[in-house]
Design a protein around this ligand. Structure first.
Ligand SMILES: [Zn+2]
Length: 313
């Protein structure tokens, strides 16, 4: 086993972390869907520790970047409807950010209004951004299955890759988004610093993350869907805001965030044995309740930060 890593947000040494949850991995149960987003939870996890300095919960001996890249490359894709619901909720949540971006622009229109999404899936959110007036959008997505499932028109926006700063022009985006993906990357600090460099001055970085301190996640404990083999770290209000400020972003704010999904999807997240959960979902569908859309606060948190404008703090 490799030696434990430093905290990937504040760089505190392993001695400043205390155990959060013991490792629980059953290799026989690892499937192609283990690394897909919005899949049915399996309640497996890496050894997790809690940083006493910044409050991050993280896997202190995670798999290497190569191993992660392979897992995502092989992962399947099965969540088009949920991805669509999520994109609508994200779009609604970032309206104040879009308004502030527009207010900042000088009198004449800029040559382009550009956005990047890290972990773009089928590019459904990028389509909303185009509708909102962005004329250059790009999505990075490591899963070829997700890109293959995208409509042809969106595939041109998508790049099959793990996010790397050097693939993009510095200071070339007004908005960078990353939804439910910061938990998956091996080095979230590196991603945040790279995003800061890719933003134009006055540009915004927006993420949605799971909040391990949210009441629903504290209540469910190790049966929470956030306790999962795919998660290299889990944020809290303090640790996500620290990630942003350490990366040089300013006016950093975070708040809890409600998702709107079909009841059938919510039922998949219930901490029930597989057979019981399947029976429950069948019953919902038989009653015609499965597709019913409901909004719940399930312990997600939206965080926004800005690249400073020259001459402003
Ligand atoms: Zn830390």
């Amino acid at each position: 086993m490799s030696s434990p890593r430093h905290c990937p947000v504040c760089d505190a040494p392993p001695q400043q972390a205390r155990i959060f949850l013991d490792e629980h991995v059953d290799p026989a149960r690892l499937t192609g869907l283990s690394f897909a987003s919005r899949k049915t939870p399996e309640f497996m996890n890496h050894h997790l520790v809690q940083c006493q300095r910044c409050d991050l919960v993280y896997a202190d001996t995670p798999p290497g970047q190569d191993e992660l890249a392979r897992a995502y490359h092989a992962s399947e894709f099965d969540s088009a409807v949920e991805a669509d619901d999520a994109a609508r909720a994200y779009m609604q949540a970032i309206q104040p950010v879009l308004a502030q971006l527009s207010a900042q622009l000088p009198g004449q229109l800029p040559p382009d209004k550009a956005a990047l999404e890290i972990g773009a899936g089928t590019g459904v959110f990028l389509e909303h951004l185009v509708e909102a007036g962005f004329n250059r959008v790009c999505g990075v997505e490591p899963s070829p299955a997700a890109i293959a499932a995208a409509p042809v028109a969106r595939q041109a926006w998508l790049r099959e890759a793990i996010f790397r700063a050097e693939d993009f022009e510095p200071a070339s985006f007004d908005l960078v988004c990353c939804f439910m993906t910061m938990e998956h990357v091996r080095d979230p600090g590196e991603v945040a610093r790279a995003v800061q460099q890719l933003l134009r001055p006055g540009g915004a970085f927006v993420v949605v993350v799971h909040d391990w301190r949210a009441p629903v996640n504290r209540l469910l404990g190790k049966r929470s869907p956030i306790i999962d083999i795919e998660h290299m770290q889990l944020f809290s209000p303090a640790s996500i805001e620290r990630l942003f400020t350490e990366a040089g972003l300013v006016q950093v704010r975070s708040h809890s965030f409600a998702n709107r999904y079909a009841l059938r999807y919510w039922a998949r997240l219930l901490p029930l044995p597989g057979g019981l959960r399947t029976a429950f979902i069948r019953a919902l569908d038989a009653l015609g309740l499965g597709p019913l859309k409901l909004r719940f606060n399930v312990g997600n948190r939206l965080c926004v930060g800005w690249r400073p404008l020259p001459g402003k703090p």
